[in-house]
Design a binder for this molecule. Sequence first.
Ligand code: GAL
Length: 649
Amino acid sequence: MKLGVCYYPEHWPQDMWHSDAARMADIGIKQVRIGEFAWSRIEPSPGIYDWQWLDKAIETLHAHGLEIVLGTPTATPPKWLVDTDPEMLAIDEQGRPRQFGSRRHYCFSSLSYRDQCARIVTAMAQRYGDHPAIAAWQTDNEYGCHDTIISYSNAARAGFKAWLAQKYGEVTVLNAAWGNVFWSMEYQNFDEIDPPVETVTEANPAHRQDWARFSSDQVIAFDKVQTDILRALSPGRDVLHNYMGMFTAFDHFKLGKQLDIAAWDSYPLGFLEWAWWDNVTKERFLRQGHPDFTAFHHDLYRGVGKGRWQVIEQQPGPVNWGAWNPAPLDGMVRAWTWEAFAHGAETVSYFRWRQAPFAQEQMHAGLMRPDNIEAQGAIEARIVAGEMAVVADAKTAQAPVALIFDYEAIWAIQIQPQGRDYRPLEIILAFYSAARRLGLDIDIVDPSHDLAGYKIVLCPLQIFMSPDLSESIKASGAVCVLGPRSGSKTDDFQIPVGLPPGHGRDLIDLVISRVESLRPAHVEMAGVYAVTRWLEHIQSPLASRAQTSSGHGIWYQNESCDYIACWPDAQILQDILKERCQQLDMTVINLPDGLRLRRRGEVTFAINYENVPVNLCDYIEGARLMNFYIGSPSLPGAGVAAWSNRDHT
Ligand code: GAL
């Protein structure tokens, strides 16, 4: 476990660098990320490199014992590059080039831009690849930030045709897979096929799904150019990329396979403001963030990183990009930091060292104020650094619960929601929260993950249910909970022969004969459960466990599988999980809204997301007698406790 910070030496006079590095070390920081936006300073004009300042910055940090994550600067191609190769710009839906003057203006498919990236990355890796201070490389910065995955450039158009030809071989195969006979959309050859944009009404969903897959693959191919160079020229160093929260426009599991560490950028208050929660929830957790949202991403990126992950940008104070940007509750920066460690982070690194007094992010807090006085974030980072000495470091063990997360399924729902408020992340989080409320640890995994050893497998959004997946669930011996719409499409975006849940029928004997989406105000009760948004009509020899007043079953069950035939409320998810945990002899703890637990090695952590105190004794038997490393049974708002779980949960 270590602390880090993001630093931009090029923003500050060189005579500040030594004292900056000394103060970082003094706070307890060990890792510093630099370089990721510095192209215009590294290569001020074509082919003319200025290494002097970067050499000095690296030496200065190194002299203070700080290890460096060096970012490749490819998220910010400089003006001269754009002017010499305007074709590298991404093209929006209306066919307009995205303009210079902020960042991320490039097109992932541009081959000439990939060459430029290869050139700058090679130059950097040749210069610093063996430097003892360089511990890792970060490729680019936040692929897709500011809505930049999709581009309709000529390069993307050509790339898409080639990608389709590669996938389908014959255009007749594509026509059949997409169902192009519908509306006379058949093609004679791959060359005729354009991206699904500016059609009169919606484009064919199969066309859009393949476009989403293609666009995701472009990100991975773009990254691979850099990763291959870094592996060759900087052996022994980790390569990572910093992912975002609430972002699903490319398949992170696929990219994660070619990298060593998944890093992600955690801004709990910004995400709370962005997401779907009602005003009451937003007000309640205004200064803390949602109790499950940050943890959800920690677990997701631990999966993406195959166990190795870090938070490389941690919100240290108010940010600048929400509709409103409150300050964290005092203690919350510390709590977020500990929560990331509890979920297995190797490093928690704050964004950024000092608040910049200029340009776009001048309203974004840093650990230091612009006048170089420590801000609240630094005070709390220092506290964590002190506490880290007393908490044993260990790897996270495999959790008892796996949640399957499928990026392709998210695209499918976005392409064909069928009800306006069928929000993919919301339903996934509902399953996740239900398990967390019971104090369970969760691994988030991709559909091809080996499920051996899990007791419960959650499939909140398994639109594509391959025979391999149903087989792997069966082989694991786990109980599985299938959400609505499971197995409702084939890979080609068609309704499966024999109707949904397709291969889900290998797990439970039922057929979905009809589905309906419901307007927001419409609620039907099924006993104690409220049915909203989505209802499936089921045919099954199994008796349903709950029915609506009009007689529609919403919960079906056999010995190892539960199927939920509606948008689930929190109660039904709780009841299913509790019942299954009981059958499986798994301990559950009924936690209140804002209190969450997580185990790492020998240590259990509790984080209080409320702004009022909670007492662990009210929820955990014997809490008073536990052996605490941090805190005590009584947690203040934003409080943290950590204890040995040798004798206790
Ligand atoms: C991230 C980004 C950083 C900075 C930060 C502000 O999305 O990677 O460069 O912009 O947000 O919160």
